[in-house]
Design a protein around this ligand. Structure first.
Ligand code: UD1
Length: 371
């Protein structure tokens, strides 16, 4: 019989794409998801995009009985259930800690004593804080930060002590973590807990640090999600994307299809006890992303609004070094950003996006987290 896989949070954006990928590869897929209203809307319905071949269990990762039931006969687990807003994590401290940290702790207690071939945990590039930079003497700077004084003066780029702008480099897994949000802290905790307990109980664990994932099924009406979905939601409502800082900050946007294929490669490989970056290895600025989306959606009549405002905990540049995932997994990202945005726009055509971003930004302003 084919192997049985459980995906916690599998009704979400990344998990549902992974479910499709695993079904195509012949696995049996079970999903445990609590259909949280921020992502799935107030009706908490199983999303129509979730494959009918998935066995769906409604439940929460903090519920031990539910987890035990979901784990019956399971060979491998992808732990994707998490609360995922960086800004929101800075005030919903208890909620994020409960879902991300306690949820993972509960899962680990339930996994002990079971014969699990692989546990894959979703981590995040957020654990790096700022990415790696080249120092002015040609070496690498691991602990770059922007001080509040320079941000107040709209000096957005990290500088050395003589005021020279530092050059961003690809960030490898070996870069020391620098945790600037509760979300990042919880993701780091999740990966450390899984790796530590995995070693102690001989559960092969792999933590994947996802970079900025985009694509179809991203919750458009969730203002705490990634910038691509937020901009798409604004544009579908013929409103300007609000660009923070000057828009020249850069990220590594990776298609959810490439992410799903990386996740599935982990199951087919015999690697364990590893942390891997999953990105594209390429950087793109937020201004470029906004422009590409406007071009593809035919919304060139809308001007992006460059707000010159700064979100607490935001970083300037981070893009991945994916050498390790290439070497140990044979991972090769295939979707270039233009093609990925075109694919996303085909899905956007049938979507209704409720634009909640102004409310979400107002919440940050009220708490002094956006200025
Ligand atoms: C953060 C996390 C990442 C997480 C992602 C989605 C960090 C370093 N990374 O990424 O792990 O997966 O959130 O929760 O904490 N921006 C705008 N206008 C907007 C929204 C965002 O200009 O309306 C800018 C931000 O200032 C940032 C960039 O777009 O410079 C990307 O923001 P976002 O999509 O929230 O992701 P990250 O902060 O990179």
């Amino acid at each position: 019989m084919s192997k049985q896989v459980l995906i916690t949070g599998g009704a979400g954006f990344i998990g549902s794409h992974l479910a499709d990928e695993l079904l195509r590869s012949g696995y049996r897929v079970r999903v445990l998801d609590n259909l949280c209203s921020q992502v799935h809307g107030p009706d908490a319905k199983v999303p129509s995009y979730l494959s009918k071949d998935v066995q769906f269990i409604y439940g929460d990762v903090r519920d031990k009985d539910c987890l035990k039931y979901a784990l019956e006969g399971v060979d491998a687990v992808y732990h994707f259930a998490a609360a995922v807003g960086v800004g929101q994590s800075m005030y919903q401290i208890q909620r994020y800690t409960e879902i991300n940290n306690i949820g993972t702790a509960t899962l680990l207690e339930c996994l002990v004593g079971r014969n699990i071939e692989k546990l894959v945990v979703a981590s995040s590039m957020s654990v790096y804080g700022e990415g790696l930079y080249e120092s002015t003497n040609g070496g690498c700077s691991e602990n770059v930060e922007r001080c509040s004084e320079q941000l107040k003066n709209a000096q957005w780029d990290p500088v050395d002590n003589t005021g020279c702008i530092l050059k961003a480099l690809p960030t490898p897994e070996t870069k020391k973590p620098s945790l600037t949000s509760l979300y990042a802290l919880s993701k780091y905790d999740q990966e450390r807990m899984c790796l530590m307990l995995g070693r102690a109980y001989s559960i092969p664990v792999v933590a994947l640090r996802f970079f900025n994932v985009y694509g179809s099924r991203q919750a458009l009406s969730n203002p705490y999600t990634g910038v691509m979905a937020i901009f798409a939601s604004r544009l579908l409502n013929s409103k300007s994307p609000v660009i923070f800082e000057d828009g020249n900050q850069s990220r590594d946007f990776v298609s959810v299809k490439d992410v799903a294929s990386a996740c599935s490669l982990v199951l087919k490989s015999d690697i364990k006890d590893k942390v891997l970056n999953i990105g594209t290895g390429k950087r793109i600025t937020i201004n470029e992303v906004a422009q590409m989306l406007m071009d593809v959606l035919g919304k060139n009549d809308v001007e992006p609004h460059i707000s010159a405002k700064f979100r607490a905990g935001d970083i300037r540049h981070c893009f991945s070094d994916i050498s390790l995932a290439k070497n140990v997994l044979g991972y090769r990202p295939k979707v270039d950003i233009k093609q990925g945005i075109i694919e996303m726009s085909e899905w956007l055509e049938g979507q209704i996006a409720i634009d909640n971003i102004e409310k979400a930004n107002a919440e940050l302003v009220e708490r002094g987290l956006w200025s």
